[in-house]
Design a protein around this ligand. Structure first.
Ligand SMILES: [Zn+2]
Length: 512
């Protein structure tokens, strides 16, 4: 029997706003001290009134425009009722019938909707994500997270394998960072992925989806991938045995690598959604800063645009483009180098290719080895860091890069010499590559007269080899080139030697 797995994702992401969703408490996911950023509103005291966070709404609408979704014309908030110690009001303020954004697509996956709600407080049973323990049978609740703006994005059930689901989640993380909407660090719980997984017997020809389960507690991309694969496999095995898949919520045990039953799945009517009476309904289209035009005008370059541009304008490979997309600072730094290179009047394509190679392979490789500059740190804070290029250029100014690459193109540096020069440039960021190459004797001998003199000496000393070469033995030429390189201690440009040898042998100038 063939089976078609189908996956839909529900992704929650905390938004990086200055204050919480409905009060003016600080929104600080890194606050170490429990129950510090709290007030009667986010503690859920009766009789308090929520006030909307404009910044949070703007961020969700921007995300919507970036994914080509349709921002709502009209929106309202709803109460989603349920009892839980971390939601003391007895309900969560969310959006039900009128999400802020409908439709759109990201990484080839169609979206259902994006809405905004408030995060719950954080319960600690045993140990929380920050390693704090509750000690024994006690559960602790930290209200710092209570009321933090939380975006929920729901995809259509159009994904059919775990790798695509992970790809989607990674792209969303990049988008949130590029927009400055959130860090979306999964390990910190800033982005939480839930996967609805079902398997339909009958393969691709089937029209109906199977019974779905919802898998929660996925705290890393790796967990998303493993849990979905496990769940697909588990459901197929049940169906093979003639058993039924139960619709339920399942947890993921990362250590054991299994999903496990948590509770039967609630339906929407269990929550008794109804419009939140304390928050005014909104006509989004009547707020100028939330107009489609204004939102799209303020979008920065998006990850997929940078990816395409890197390939189109610079001929970057898929892998190189991905390095830039994942580290915006690095991309900015590279573009500074290309800009600095314009003055050299070198062949642009060649310049750009060499810059890509030396920056992404040699330079990053050396830095990694040196382990001094925070390359990985740079990778983590993609967005919102405008002096990114400046950070890299503290290491090597772009104009020094341009000079180095110019010297390679002009044949003044061999690739070995260039690598050695670069290694020293990393150590002495203020020194120019020319000065370094001169001091260390790395400059290739391009002085025609000096080279001719050396070749003449070599030819005189190897008369029998010269005869063999004249008789057509190809290896003799290589031998002679080797001798010249040896004589010049590697400073000659090997590409320039054959012409000089031939000139001296056949050009009537040879003493032979
Ligand atoms: Zn508060």
């Amino acid at each position: 029997m063939e089976y078609l797995p189908t996956i839909g994702l529900e992704i929650h992401a905390e938004l990086a706003t200055a204050s919480k969703m409905f009060c003016s408490c600080k929104n600080d996911p890194d606050e170490e001290c429990s129950n510090t950023n709290v007030c009667p509103i986010c503690l859920g005291h009766p009789g308090t009134l929520p006030v909307l966070n404009r910044e949070a709404i703007g961020k969700v609408l921007s995300i919507g425009v970036a994914v080509n979704g349709t921002p709502a014309d009209f929106t309202e908030w709803d109460r989603k009722q349920y009892f839980y110690p971390d939601i003391p009001k007895g309900y969560q303020i969310s959006q039900y019938a009128y999400p802020l954004v409908s439709g759109g697509a990201l990484a080839g996956v169609e979206l259902e909707r994006i809405h905004l709600e408030e995060d719950t407080a954080q319960s600690t049973h045993g140990q929380d994500v920050k390693g704090r323990t509750s000690g024994g049978d006690v559960s602790l609740i930290d209200f710092n997270r209570s009321g933090v703006p939380l975006m929920e994005l729901v995809t259509k059930p159009v994904i059919h394998d775990a790798a695509t689901a992970v790809q989607f989640a990674k792209e969303l993380q990049l988008l949130l960072r590029y927009l400055g909407a959130g860090e979306a660090n999964m390990e910190k719980g800033e982005m939480r992925v839930e996967a609805n997984v079902s398997v339909a017997a009958g393969g691709v020809s089937t029209a109906n989806l199977g019974t779905k389960t919802e898998v929660k507690n996925l705290n890393s991309f790796r967990a998303v991938e493993r849990a979905i694969e496990y769940e697909i496999d588990r459901q197929i095995k049940l169906l093979e045995k003639g058993e039924k898949v139960v619709q339920e919520t399942r947890g993921w045990d990362d250590r054991k690598g299994v999903t496990f039953s948590q509770r039967s799945k609630e339906s929407a009517h269990d929550y008794r959604y109804f419009p939140e009476p304390d928050i005014p309904k909104m006509m989004i289209s009547e707020i100028p800063e939330f107009s489609h035009e204004s939102l799209s005008k303020n979008l920065p370059e998006l990850p997929w645009d940078l990816r395409d541009r890197s390939k189109r304008d610079y001929g970057a490979t898929d892998k190189e483009a991905e390095m830039f997309v994942e580290d915006r600072m690095l991309a900015d730094y590279f573009e500074e180098i290309v800009k600095a290179g314009k003055g050299f009047k070198v062949d642009d394509k060649k310049f750009v290719r060499l810059a890509l190679n030396y920056l992404l392979t040699d330079y990053l490789g050396a830095l990694k080895k040196k382990n001094s500059v925070a390359v990985s740190g740079a990778c983590q804070s993609v967005a919102g860091d405008n002096d990114s290029a400046a950070k890299f250029s503290q290491q090597i100014p772009p104009k020094h890069w341009a000079e180095l690459i110019g010297m390679i193109i002009n044949g003044e540096l061999s690739s070995r010499g260039a690598k050695d020069t670069l290694a020293e440039m990393i150590e002495k960021s203020t020194e120019s590559p020319r000065k370094i190459a001169e001091t260390r004797g790395l400059l290739q001998q391009n002085d025609a007269e000096a080279l001719e003199k050396t070749v003449r000496t070599v030819l005189d000393a190897n008369k029998s080899v010269v005869e063999e070469f004249k008789a057509g033995k190809k290896a003799s030429l290589q031998y002679l080139i080797g001798q010249v390189m040896k004589e010049t201690r590697g400073s000659a440009n090997p590409a320039a030697i054959p012409a000089v040898i031939e000139k001296l042998i056949y050009g009537g100038l040879t003493p032979i």
